[in-house]
Design a protein around this ligand. Sequence first.
Ligand code: FAD
Length: 226
Amino acid sequence: MNQPESTTCVVVGGGPAGVMLGLLLARAGVEVTVLEKHADFLRDFRGDTVHASTIRLLDELGLGEGFRALPQSKLGNFKLPAGGKEVTLADFDRLKPPYDYVAMVPQWDLLNFLVDAAEQEPQFTLRMNTEATDLLYDDGGKVAGVAYRTRDAATGVETGTGELRATLTVACDGRGSVLRQKAGLVPASSPCRSTPGGSGSPGTRTSRNSWPRSCPASPVPMSSSA
Ligand SMILES: Cc1cc2nc3c(=O)[nH]c(=O)nc-3n(C[C@H](O)[C@H](O)[C@H](O)COP(=O)(O)OP(=O)(O)OC[C@H]3O[C@@H](n4cnc5c(N)ncnc54)[C@H](O)[C@@H]3O)c2cc1C
């Protein structure tokens, strides 16, 4: 194992959440290191829609021009035939231009674009092929960084392990988050008042739909210590 290293903030996961957080922190002058376990951003399971509110955000960050130069198509009003009529499911005419459409952009293009912007900031570091494997704790039991392993980009063979200590550790490692599990956090469903196809009271199963899977999940601590 290498000598322990340190940074102010370690962000685990180079998806949209992690890369955007890294960019914002670096712009705010915070030293930040983003760890991404893959060698590139070419994940074809990822979504391609960039919503109007996100385009507005990119404009506010001064990235709108570059974003619009990425290969993309525009999604406008969405209609479906139903019962002999055309039903509008998404009416973008109600949105104020120029934020009145959804852009279809391959997520790897968006991520490469955001990384390019972040790498303009001296406080930003991205480490590809670096997978966080565990949390580190300080003497008081507070999370203080991550243990990681690195892999060779071409062969996938493990090339080393290390520890990156940090004042703040952020898990942006996606829905199957390893760090969430290591921290002893489990996602919990919140009862919803209405679910598609069901009319049961909050938090109840109905015969027509199972427990409300459409509810947002939020992590809650497990009873065991982390
Ligand atoms: C089929 C599908 C279609 C979707 N379509 C859309 C869409 O059109 N528009 C939309 O906004 N959203 C869409 N989504 C949701 C989309 O996944 C999220 O919006 C977005 O990808 C979530 O970003 P994230 O950064 O939180 O997580 P992720 O995109 O999952 O990124 C997590 C990153 O962490 C990395 N990672 C994981 N574990 C580790 C580790 N231990 N160490 C280091 N790195 C690690 C992963 O390699 C990954 O790069 C879709 C999801 C799916 C499954």
